[in-house]
Design a protein around this ligand. Structure first.
Ligand code: HEM
Length: 131
């Protein structure tokens, strides 16, 4: 258990059991931009936190070799014709995730940050490419 995808999987396992992780994530993500806050004005955030728990798991499982079906579904739902999530927001999204991991994974480090970023980037790039 020492390749990037396994390291990320274990890091997420140390972090995702506490629902505060997802509260903190959205606090941090929304603190980054009024445009991000505007996207969630009509959102039930309690439901959204649970949806994100699965969404991040899909990114992690994709890196561990699962098919890209769930990632493509996110690409579709976040696309221009559906939720219209501009690709420019994903950088802030990943920064917010990293900040949240620093708070919640006791084993997090600058090296882990690099591993997380390079492990999730292909799936995030796919979602952005489907905009
Ligand atoms: C790769 C990163 C992301 C993941 C894994 C993710 C995950 C999800 C999931 C699982 C949902 C539930 C609906 C669905 O399954 O499609 C959702 C909805 C949503 N996401 Fe994302 N998301 C990501 C990036 C973003 C970004 C960058 C934004 C920009 C603000 C965003 C804004 C939204 C909004 C506005 C909704 C709908 C909320 C509502 O129902 O009111 N997402 N996301």
């Amino acid at each position: 258990m020492n390749n990037d995808a396994d390291i990320v999987f274990q890091s997420y396992g140390r972090s995702c059991n506490n629902i505060i992780f997802f509260e903190d994530f959205y606090d941090i993500f929304m603190s980054k931009s009024q445009n991000v806050r505007d996207m969630f004005v009509n959102t039930n955030m309690e439901a959204q936190r649970a949806l994100l728990r699965s969404g991040i798991l899909w990114l992690v499982m994709r890196a561990r070799g699962m098919p890209d079906t769930k990632i493509r579904a996110l690409g579709e739902s976040h696309s221009r014709s559906k939720m219209n999530i501009n690709p420019s927001f994903y950088g802030l999204w990943l920064d917010a995730l990293i900040e949240t991991l620093y708070r919640h994974d006791p084993e997090f480090s600058p090296e882990m940050e690099k591993i997380w970023r390079r492990t999730l980037s292909p799936s995030i790039d796919l979602i952005k490419s489907m905009y």
